[in-house]
Design a protein around this ligand. Structure first.
Ligand code: ATP
Ligand code: MG
Length: 258
């Protein structure tokens, strides 16, 4: 079974309020889907629901991964099985270094993938080589490895370190929630290049963004617009350009997404 994610008529409540009102979306491996849409329309809610954040209550529909419902999978299980979320607002974890965090995550994934139950932890030299290589890819200074995760990182540094995690963990399905926001022009290119390097037939990407600009670098196969908890419109990369030009009022004028 392919590692695609199939979202079926998904309804999600947050704090008792319905935020997602019936989302249908399939992201196959090898595809890049961009989701745009006004503030508060439910984009991060979808991302958090896919990652299994318990604050987000699925009240209807289903999420299938490799043909199996994942609604009962805990967030760490989803992560170990290849679903990765880069947060819109990454949290600081004082006391846990970037290197330790990554090594723990890599080993958890190894244990999950081991078929005979005796997964070997990654050796220190092998891990060091992997992280050094991925840090170079994202042009991150190696000193970040020994810093506490996101503690005192600038906005742009946090976003780069999110993609470092993605590069090291090598997921099958990556959800990037506004990874481009807060990046300066050079960092946007570096992060995009990083994502493009990871792009391939085994990786599906759901890219949430407000700006068409990142889509010049990471070319999406599909663009969707979320309005008021629903995907109001879908198209190709040209849809992002249209939105940039005309704004979301254009959709309202067309009577879409009310
Ligand atoms: N934990 C929460 N408690 C209360 N309301 C919430 C919570 N999380 C989300 N919401 C509400 O759900 C709605 C959708 O929020 P969400 O973060 O998904 O929007 P978004 O499309 O990602 O917006 P943005 O573009 O600003 O990031 C908002 O009205 C928000 O206030
Ligand atoms: Mg958001």
């Amino acid at each position: 079974m392919a590692n695609e994610i199939v979202i079926k008529d998904l309804h999600v409540n947050v704090e008792g309020k319905e935020i997602l009102k019936g989302i249908d979306l399939t992201v196959r491996q090898g595809e890049v889907h961009a989701i745009m849409g006004p503030n508060g329309s439910g984009k991060s809610t979808l991302a958090n629901t896919l990652a299994g954040n318990p604050k987000y209550a699925v009240t209807g529909g289903d999420i299938l991964y490799r043909g199996e419902s994942i609604l009962n999978w805990k967030p760490d299980e989803r992560a170990r099985r290849g679903i990765f979320l880069a947060f819109q607002y990454p949290m600081a974890i004082p006391g846990v270094t970037v290197a330790n965090f990554l090594r723990t995550a890599v080993n958890a994934k190894r244990r999950e993938n081991a078929t005979n139950g005796n997964a070997k932890a990654i050796s220190i030299p092998e891990f060091r080589k992997l992280v050094t290589q991925k840090m170079a890819l994202l042009k991150l200074d190696t000193s970040f490895a020994t810093r506490y995760l996101n503690d005192g990182f600038s906005g742009g540094e946090k976003k780069r370190v999110e993609i470092l995690q993605m590069a090291v963990l090598n997921p099958e399905m990556a959800i990037l929630d506004e990874t481009d926001s807060g990046l300066d022009i050079d960092a946007l290119r570096i992060v995009s290049d990083g994502v493009n390097t990871l792009r391939g037939p085994n990786l599906g990407i759901l890219l949430i963004t407000h700006y068409q600009r990142i889509l010049n670098y990471i070319k999406p196969d599909f663009v969707h617009v979320m309005v008021n908890g629903k995907l109001a419109m879908s198209g190709g990369p040209e849809l992002a350009l249209q939105l940039e030009e005309k704004g979301y009022d254009w959709l309202k004028e067309e009577g879409i997404g009310k």
